[in-house]
Design a protein around this ligand. Structure first.
Ligand SMILES: Nc1ncnc2c1ncn2[C@@H]1O[C@H](COP(=O)(O)OP(=O)(O)OP(=O)(O)O)[C@@H](O)[C@H]1O
Ligand SMILES: [Mg+2]
Length: 471
């Protein structure tokens, strides 16, 4: 694939050469045309000039007979002019003088009358054996008393002019070829120089690894065309850096959270093995170990859930959920825990329905209710509401209790984020509950929000968008 694609440099150099070739060829054709016309005009002027000279010589000749007897002055008139032919004929068409035999017979034409001189329009084309020639015929008068008329014809065979033009065309062809080749070579180097900033981008891109994501392209001295590419590239690096940072933070947090229960298990087991114990003592340790195992299992399960949600591997099975039923079931589930914490669960949902994956919906709301129960003061109530809004259905879970400080609010949905670090080691907190809530909402194309102000209750809201085809 790589071999087949031509580099931009070569492509531009070829284009450059093609444009030069077309331009040179057009200019060459134009120059050739102008030269051909000028040569022809020059030739015609010469032919006309010769006719005047021969007319003059005729006047000096005493009689028709004298012309035939002494043709040299007339032949001399065209002597030395390669390709020029002179013929003199009397009024009966008899040949008096012929400087040399033409390659093809000169056509007969009505000659220019003696009353005027020949002009450019009196010169005509003539197809000879060696190319296109030109000729002119005019009437002259012998210097005898009767002014006997004689037809003067001066012709030029095209050979030397054609040869000259052919040579010119040949030179032109080589000049165009050489010029285009030169343009291609120069173009190649010019484009290479012009593409240098792009090479810089490539070199920078090659330098970047996951350990060096802080490298950025400088966009100040970059040409305008590449600046946008540079900005997009830098923005991509920002996103990558952020993603990699969060991933390694996640890994570090998992390791940290695994260490505590594993250490506890290790120490407890080492202690119990250090001497002989009664069955009751062994049993007590095993029971205490179960709590740690549960914590580990929950952490692994939650982490796996988030990883799958991240990779969009969780297939949603959306169905229409009836809120009074669903929220009622969640409350039933939490009844025991709420009683134990001495809080009341208060549900109001009218007849709201929404479309969501039942299992994930329950998980999201349960996480909120579980948090609300653990942060509610004894004797207070937790309000769970479902309301229609114009574009979404909103589920809100609100509880009283100490508000979440404003600095924590933007991070509250992050993985392993806990407001009170002391709770990190509690068996019941993995710090992933709200991250899972947000992941579930993202999967549903919705949103999760929080509000918490001193003096007001803490409210978590889940917004499920209403798709236009929902009944
Ligand atoms: N209703 C609430 N009132 C006050 N603080 C809350 C509330 N809900 C959550 N938080 C704070 O947000 C933090 C993150 O909550 P999240 O549910 O993600 O983790 P967690 O409850 O600590 O652990 P997990 O839910 O994984 O067992 C909690 O540690 C708590 O400090
Ligand atoms: Mg929680």
């Amino acid at each position: 694939m790589r071999n087949r694609s031509i580099s931009i440099t070569s492509r531009l150099a070829i284009l450059f050469a093609s444009v030069t070739m077309v331009t040179f060829a057009a200019v060459g054709i134009y120059l050739y045309d102008v030269l051909a016309q000028q040569l022809e005009r020059g030739d015609d002027v010469e032919l006309i000039g010769k006719t005047s000279l021969v007319r003059h010589l005729l006047l000096e000749a005493g009689s028709i007979a004298a012309i035939g007897g002494e043709p040299h002055p007339f032949v001399d008139a065209v002597f030395g002019h390669e390709g020029l032919i002179l013929s003199l004929k009397d009024k009966d068409g008899r040949l008096l003088v012929m400087s040399r035999q033409p390659s093809k017979e000169i056509p007969e034409m009505i000659p220019v009358p003696a009353s005027r001189n020949a002009e450019a329009s009196d010169v005509h084309d003539w197809r000879t054996a060696v190319g296109t020639g030109r000729f002119v015929s005019i009437l002259g008068a012998v210097g005898d008393p009767g002014h006997t008329p004689v037809t003067i014809t001066i012709a030029r065979e095209g050979s030397d002019r054609s040869a000259m033009l052919a040579e010119y065309a040949e030179n032109l062809f080589f000049a165009v070829m050489a010029g285009s080749t030169l343009a291609a070579v120069l173009g190649f180097f010019i484009v290479r120089v012009g593409m240098r900033p792009l090479r810089q981008v490539i070199i920078k891109a090659n330098e970047i690894s996951t350990h060096q994501l802080n490298t950025r392209l400088s966009t100040d001295d970059t040409p305008l065309e590449l600046r946008e590419l540079g900005l997009a590239f830098n923005a991509m690096l920002n996103r990558l850096e952020d993603g990699v940072r969060r991933l390694s933070q996640f890994a570090a947090d998992i390791a940290h959270d695994l260490r505590t229960p594993i250490n506890t298990l290790l120490v407890e087991t080492q202690v119990i093995l250090s001497g002989l114990r009664t069955p009751d003592e062994y049993q007590a340790v095993l029971v205490s170990n179960i709590e740690e195992y549960e914590r580990l299992a929950r952490l692994v399960e939650n982490t796996l859930f988030l990883a799958r949600a991240d990779n969009a591997q969780l297939a949603l099975r959306p169905e229409v959920l009836d809120m009074p039923t669903e929220l009622g079931k969640i409350c039933d589930y939490f009844e025991g825990i709420a009683d134990e914490a001495d809080v009341r669960l208060d549900v109001a949902s009218n007849d709201v329905q929404l479309q969501a994956d039942r299992v994930l919906f329950r998980r999201a709301v349960s996480n909120l209710v579980s948090n609300a129960i653990s942060h509610s003061p004894r004797g207070s109530a937790i309000n769970i509401r479902a309301v229609w809004r114009r574009e979404y259905v909103e589920i809100s879970v609100s509880n009283n209790g100490s508000p979440i400080p404003a600095v924590h609010l933007p991070h509250i949905f992050e993985r392993f984020y806990r407001v009170d670090p002391a709770r990190s080691f509690s068996t019941h907190s993995s710090g992933l509950g709200l991250a899972i809530v947000r992941a579930i909402m993202v999967l549903h194309g919705g949103d999760a929000l929080v509000e918490s102000k001193p003096g007001a209750s803490t409210v978590f809201r889940l917004r499920f968008m209403i798709s236009p085809d929902t009944p």
